[in-house]
Design a protein around this ligand. Sequence first.
Ligand SMILES: [Zn+2]
Length: 84
Amino acid sequence: MSEVHQIPCCDMLDHLCDFLDGDLEPEIMESFNAHLAGCLNCQIVVNTVNKTIQLCKDGTQQIKLPQDVHQRLLAELGLDQVRD
Ligand SMILES: [Zn+2]
């Protein structure tokens, strides 16, 4: 059942900002959602980022993902070597 993963996780992160802005091409949005439906890792990333953005918009609270959590998340996704 790997057909769901039409685009790789790293592409998901590339499109994440546009997705959150609602700025995604319909075509890419479809692939994005298809991947998201079948990939727990990306669901976690999207949920986390969404929640963080909401908290930031909500008020004065400064939410920061603890460094070790951030690091572990990237490691789980195999992205710890591709970040800049
Ligand atoms: Zn993924």
